[in-house]
Design a protein around this ligand. Structure first.
Ligand code: SIN
Length: 493
């Protein structure tokens, strides 16, 4: 069956920046083409902004801060709740938009809208629960309190792999905390973000509280540098690569901005010989092939213990070979196109490098559906992967499951932690003592234990080591947008 990705509400396809409550072109008039990654057809055009547009957005956010932070938390929550309701009311259109510009199958596009909406709802609720401390004063005649305040203007910079969820889980807590926002969505997928902003406007967000500017890859440094240099911008929340995250941290030091950095991963997925193998295969299929493998928490290295290695490889290969690759317009597609030519080139380079160093190609390993477009890659299973291969140290970010062999627990702990990254890790075991040993041993911010689907608005999402710092989702996700002020009243009678 062929699906129609036409929007029911055509005005959700926005073509301008949103600054101070107005939809505006870039000052230069420059435009950026947004292409469908499946067939490279033109979906829309957005402004290709420069520093002057970023400054206008920051001016608007700074001016709106006074009013928004003074708005009672319950009133802020009501606006965010209306935004949530509008997102759900338009989930079909938003799902279509995600699938058009990002390429993921429509079921996944719709699923992402619900995922994004869950963060918006969560933080609307959390807004009403912001609490500080009343501290027992160590001397008489004093009252001491710790209160929480919004950090101020927040710059939000998001990636292309989850065009709705990443922006929602940064903007919603910022608004809930009383911050105002300047945002720049990824150059490949700005349209979903603009549609979300249109719905936020409809929800009744005051002018200037949420501003968004689009920019091409070439113009992005100018936009981001303007915010980095602006002392009024008090926080940057970024999801993307570790090199860019390090750059932001260095540059943000000049004005000591608060940072949330959700950066690259190199997730291990470990299958012990005491695991439920069926559950482990299901978990790996969920975790690895979600979004075509273009997810920061996707397993990048699959470690399987000797005794179950060949059986696991065989069971996995059957399921991977059955995955249907196709554009989002095909109702049964499970793996969409990769986002762009660079992504395809990296995936195939990793596969070629692994095979040249002795890996066994069990499934896939090549382009497919070339008549439908240049970015389709066959889901792939490689056996006999080793530490000297590129895919052992670099995030492949595609539908490639590379199986490493291990003998015992100590060895696999050493191997999995032998990476500068530490976002997510997964393991499968039915031994409860081992479960707790492994949960302690993994150097990651997130651990999936006999579970491949770990994402939830109620959980703190974030990494350790060079995967960054800060947490998104959960009550900790709101703290990231606030600072603590200590109040001390003395000389009380
Ligand atoms: C990411 O890839 O950065 C986010 C994935 C998720 O929220 O599960």
């Amino acid at each position: 069956m062929t699906l129609d990705l036409t929007l029911q509400r055509a005005d959700l396809l926005c073509a301008q920046n949103f600054i101070n409550g107005e939809w505006t072109a870039a000052a230069s008039g420059a435009r950026l083409a947004v292409l469908n990654p499946a067939d490279q057809s033109l979906i829309g055009q957005v402004p290709d902004s420069a520093a002057v547009d970023a400054q206008a957005a920051a001016d608007a956010a700074a001016a709106a801060l006074v009013g928004w932070r003074a708005t009672p938390a319950r009133q802020r929550a009501q606006v965010i709740k209306r935004w949530h309701a509008l997102i759900l009311a338009h989930q079909d259109d938003l799902g279509r938009l995600i699938s058009r510009e990002q390429g993921k199958p429509l079921a996944e596009g719709r699923g992402e809208v619900q995922y994004a909406a869950s963060y918006v709802e969560w933080f609307a609720e959390e807004a009403t629960r912001i609490c500080g401390d009343v501290i027992a004063a160590p001397v008489s005649g004093r009252r001491m309190l710790a209160v929480k305040e919004p950090v101020g203007v927040v710059a939000v910079i998001t990636p292309w792999n989850f065009p709705a969820a990443m922006i929602a889980r940064k903007i919603a807590p910022a608004l809930a905390a009383g911050c105002t926002v300047v945002a720049k969505p990824a150059e490949d997928t700005p349209l979903t973000a603009l549609a979300l902003v249109r719905l936020a406007q409809e929800a009744g967000l005051p002018a200037g509280v949420l501003n968004i500017v689009c920019a091409s890859r070439a113009q992005t440094p100018a936009v981001v540098d303007a915010w980095l240099a602006d002392a009024r911008v008090r926080k940057i929340s970024f999801t993307g690569s570790t090199p860019v995250g390090k750059h932001l941290a260095r540059e943000a030091a000049a004005t000591l901005k608060k940072l949330s950095l959700e950066l690259g991963g190199n997730a291990p997925f470990i299958v012990f010989d005491d695991a439920d193998l069926g559950a482990a295969v299901t978990g790996l299929m969920q975790a690895k092939f979600r979004n075509g493998g273009q997810t920061c928490v996707c397993p990048n290295r699959v470690f399987v213990q000797d005794a179950v290695y060949e059986r696991f490889a065989a069971l996995l290969s059957i399921q991977v070979a059955a995955l249907k690759v196709g554009p989002a317009t095909e109702a049964d597609a499970q793996i969409g196109p990769m986002i762009n030519a660079r992504a395809v080139e990296k995936i195939l380079r990793h596969v070629d490098d692994a095979v040249s160093r002795g890996a066994r190609l069990l499934v896939g390993g090549r382009r497919v559906r070339e008549a439908s477009g240049p970015h389709f890659v066959a889901p792939t299973v490689l056996a006999d992967a080793t530490a000297d291969m590129l895919l052992a140290s670099e995030e492949t970010f595609g539908p490639v499951a590379a199986l490493f062999r291990f003998h015992d627990e100590a060895e696999v702990i050493a191997q999995t932690n032998d990476t500068p990254f530490g976002l997510a890790g997964y393991f499968y075991s039915e031994n409860s003592s081992r479960i707790w040993r492994m949960a302690d041993a993994l150097e990651t911010g997130i651990v999936g234990i006999n579970e491949g689907a770990i994402a939830s608005e109620a959980a703190p999402f974030g990494g350790v080591k060079e995967s960054g710092y800060g947490r998104e989702g959960s009550r900790h996700g709101l703290d990231d947008y606030m600072h603590i002020k200590y109040l001390c009243q003395g000389n009380l009678q």
